[in-house]
Design a protein around this ligand. Sequence first.
Ligand code: MTE
Ligand code: MO
Length: 421
Amino acid sequence: MIEPTDKKRTSRRKFLVGAAGLAAGAATGAARADNAKNLPPDVADWTRNLGEGVGVRAYGQPSKYEKDAVRRTVPWLTATPESSVSFTPLHALDGIITPNGLCFERHHGGIAEIEPSDYRLMIHGMVDKPLTFTLDDLKRLPRVNKIHFLECAANSGMEWRGAQLNGVQYTHGMVHCVQYTGVSLKLLLEQAGVKANAKWILAEGGDAAAMNRSIPLAKALNDCIVAYRSNGEMLRPEQGYPVRLVVPGWEGNVWVKWLRRLKVGDQPWFTREETSKYTDLLESGKARQFTFVMDAKSVITSPSPQAPCKQKGFNILSGLAWSGRGKIVRVDISLDGGRNWRTARIDGPVFDKACVRFYYEFDWNGEALLLQSRAMDETGYVQPSKDALRKIRSVNSIYHNNGIQTWALKPDGEVENVEVG
Ligand SMILES: Nc1nc2c(c(=O)[nH]1)N[C@H]1C(S)=C(S)[C@@H](COP(=O)(O)O)O[C@H]1N2
Ligand SMILES: [Mo]
């Protein structure tokens, strides 16, 4: 545990920081001599020689120097790669949009490989006119473009009983935020003609898991999208190519990928994913069910264990916040484990049920800090502490852990996943 600092220690540290600052300058000087040919006023190799021509890379890839910005897995977490998860490298990203190739993946039966010409979406059940759409049929219908976050209900699920995984990629990386293009589900359901007493729909995937979930009809008619594009290009295979369901603000599990079938009914189907899984076992032995909404949550992506503080003095703290209930209106930051709070600066667009990017610029004199962020949404909901959450949910749960994350920033700049009381 890191103790709060008193004034005396702070002033001694200021002196130490001065000395450390000089040492850091000297180290940079040595490195500079080795690389002198690359730095102005000298001319670097990349200026002396012609570069690679156009067209060599038919589909562009990031610079070879950005190898850290990749999805990662935790091998011991799951038995097989077909039913597993990879995590978004949140520490290596900025802004609100997740690049397609870095969106975390969660599959129950591997990635289905679907030929777009053979793709069909069937709508049946309590409808006037059962319909089947080809991909071209869907593309001929009026389009919507929406930016939304998708968070797996199991995100931060390993952290219920205390700090576990040392990296924001692993503690919070089951979230991504992209722009979807597709057809409003309401339009498709209207074309089929939903019967007056219908109340639920079943969405089923075309993958080997045939993963399926019951969704209230009211949500289906509100803001769901049958999407085929992500960030402008066609969905990636791992994100459900060619078509997935977008269920804004609700747990990732209901965003059925490789969408094959929508059945309209008057009650839920009680599928595996809404009985044995994705229910939240409470202390009483009862389980919460159909806990669809992802409550407001935030996390500091830098500094974080994978993004330590490189220097003293001016530092940029940054992170992401999102809420399944609407827009994020404020993010607060604490540097002392939740004793004092100050408001972070949100920069970039703020959309409904989407990630927002926040910043807090601060002067770091090298003292140990306990970094936290706390999100508030437009309904007035405030992200709770982990203890407050455990009081109402116990520790039996895996899902819906939106508690405040604490990162311990140490004097050497390293950052560790910790919990404060
Ligand atoms: N057909 C199908 N849809 C699915 C799944 C699946 O295994 N099969 N996994 C679900 C779960 S649990 C989550 S969290 C999200 C993950 O979406 P992503 O892989 O695009 O991140 O997809 C959901 N949709
Ligand atoms: Mo999930």
